[in-house]
Design a protein around this ligand. Sequence first.
Ligand code: FES
Length: 146
Amino acid sequence: MNLPCHNDPIAAIIASHQLIPGALLPILHAIQDELRFIPPEAIGPIASALNLSRAEVHGVISFYHYFLTSPPPAHQIHICCAEACQSMGSERLMQHAKSTGDFSVHPVYCLGLCANSPAMMIDDQLHARVTLDKFDRLTEMLGDQS
Ligand code: FES
C-alpha cells in the first residue's frame, strides 16, 4: 500500500480529495490554490489516482483558462481603461506596462478614481494620476518585495 507523503503537497491534496465524486476539478483547484499553478508533474499522479488517462487530465486543465500550467508573474497590474482614464492616457500606460516588466497586466473598467485618472492597481493597492514615470517608480519598488 502506498501511503501519501505529506511533504508532497500534490500527493496530500490527491489523497484528501480522491474519494469525492467528481474529484478532478476540486483537486485541480486545491493544487492551484496551494502552488499558484498546476505543475506538469501533477498530471501523472492525478490521472492514476482517478483512473483517468493523462490526456484526459491535461484536456481538462487546458479547457479551463483559469488553470495555469506555469508559475504566474509575482505581481498583477490592473490598468483602468474606462472613459475618464482613457482620456488621460491609460492606453499609453497599458502599452508601456506590457512592454516593461515581469508582471501580468490586465485592463479593468473603472476603479472609482475617475477624478484622479489615469488609475491602476498593483496587486490590491490603488494608485491615481499614474504617469509613465510614476509607473516606473512604483514597479521598481516591486522588485524589492517579490
Ligand atoms: S474611469 Fe478610470 S477610475 Fe473611473
